[in-house]
Ligand binder design. Sequence first.
Ligand code: R5P
Length: 283
Amino acid sequence: MSMIILGGSKSQGLASRLAAETGASLGELERRRFPDTEAYVRLKSDVAGERVVIVATTHPDQALVELLLLGDAVRRQRPESITTIVPYYAYGRQDRVFLAGETVSAEVVARLIQGFTDEFVTVDPHKEHILSFFKCKAGSVTAVPTIAEHVKAKHVDLVLAPDKGALERAQSCAAIMGVDADHLDKVRLDAHTVELRPKNLSVRDKNVLILDDIISTGGTVMKAAAELKKQGAQKVMAACTHGLFAAEALAHIRTVCDDVIATDTVESSVSVVSVAKSIAKAL
Ligand code: R5P
């Protein structure tokens, strides 16, 4: 039995790096879209009796549908086992009912994925408890140590979490880098608007790294960066595990941040850190 890695269309680079890291072979797929945009997936490799690892970020929605089709195609060939790696678990932020009448999107997606997989692994989920939505074996790995190693050379004096909930992540990054960590207080007004409470951070002439799990519209890091610059910070960098960069977010962030760093859980022009090694260790 050998290990075969199958990459979703939004995780091709990471799937190749994971194959190189583990010595596994990359399986072949045929993928296309029907004229009405529906997805078509065909497994070209024979995976019967093999250990299959699917690597597929589920953002945007089409990538999630592709994963469900691929998972079914693999299951039909009766492999020894299927491990599904979802580097960025989309819909993870709706992890409970916040307002009456809402759904728990993170649980809905978990139900779909566990329909074909034996094991599930993700990277830096927004909240760790989403793993309990899976009835199969489920775990997570973190990109924080790899991000910390990458930014060590950038002479960071302080790692800043945009809100208290993200402080633990900032502290573990800061500990690896041997610097301090602090946090701001964030209030989300709606999906596009956040308010950061002013707080004295003593950042004058310092290089500050803002670390978040996700950057989507960029509203959070831009507000934090503006506050830091107002308080006299010399250089402000933004780092995250999952760089979604909705619409023109990246261009906007670059107007207030001196550097933007993300991992390859969502592949973009600033995916300068790979989570392949961390995932390989978990396999
Ligand atoms: C939310 O709690 C997350 O940790 C991020 O802070 C949030 O998703 C960032 O979103 P945006 O870039 O749209 O402000």
